[in-house]
Design a protein around this ligand. Structure first.
Ligand SMILES: CC(C)(COP(=O)(O)OP(=O)(O)OC[C@H]1O[C@@H](n2cnc3c(N)ncnc32)[C@H](O)[C@@H]1OP(=O)(O)O)[C@@H](O)C(=O)NCCC(=O)NCCS
Length: 179
């Protein structure tokens, strides 16, 4: 299966000085770069390279890659929840350290939302110590005039591996309300 035809409409190309960025859905060939970015993030749980390869193939339409000068520097990997397809679950988002603070993560989320007009709710989980991620999603909710609530989901006791902090569920609802 090729994604290219579907993806044309969501590809966002910036031009001009300092803005040689491209936002587009990933292909399976991008899975390796996504694995490397996750590995180097310093924060994310690193999943197997197999997971990034297969998920970037199956969830391309609900995911985004950002390239700087043609090199992948960030990604957002998500899926529409099978029992609630108007809900986008954002599984992981990361931007290479060299590119942080340039609004790439914010633009990855905006690009995703723009390509998914059926999505009214975004869900993600964040640990209590991840201030950057908390601000990223709070700011996204504010920008889109959406409601943002936080509730418990995964406690430390859920995790079989020791040292994993609790993950709070962030639910951002009322997206696309004005469109
Ligand atoms: C979280 C992460 C993706 C943010 O990427 P980024 O491209 O630097 O973020 P942006 O420049 O788009 O900033 C978006 C918002 O977050 C805020 N933010 C970004 N980094 C921050 C930090 N370290 N501390 C506090 N706020 C921060 C920005 O100020 C901005 O807020 P604003 O809209 O109110 O101005 C990046 O820090 C990262 O890859 N971290 C490691 C992986 C990770 O923790 N992923 C999230 C797991 S849930």
């Amino acid at each position: 299966m090729t994604h290219s035809a579907d993806h044309q409409s969501t590809t966002e190309q910036m031009t001009g000085p300092g803005s040689d960025l491209e936002f587009r859905p990933p292909t399976m060939e991008d899975g390796a770069a996504m694995w490397r970015i996750a590995r180097d993030s310093g924060t994310l749980d690193l999943n197997t390279s197999y997971a990034y390869l297969v998920l970037s193939r199956d969830f391309a339409d609900s995911s985004r890659l950002v390239l700087h000068d043609g090199e992948p520097v960030g990604f957002a990997l998500g899926y529409l929840r099978p029992t609630a397809p108007d809900r986008l679950f954002l599984w992981q988002i990361a931007v290479d350290e060299s590119q942080r603070g340039r609004r790439l993560a914010a633009r990855l989320l905006d690009s995703l939302l723009e390509g998914l007009p059926q999505v009214t709710t975004l869900e993600t989980t964040i640990t209590e110590d991840n201030a950057a991620s908390q601000r990223l999603f709070a700011s996204f909710a504010e920008r889109h005039g959406a409601e943002h609530r936080i509730e418990p989901l995964l406690t430390e006791a859920h995790f079989p591996d020791p040292g994993h902090g609790a993950e709070l569920l962030h639910v951002i609802s009322g997206l696309h309300a004005g469109s």
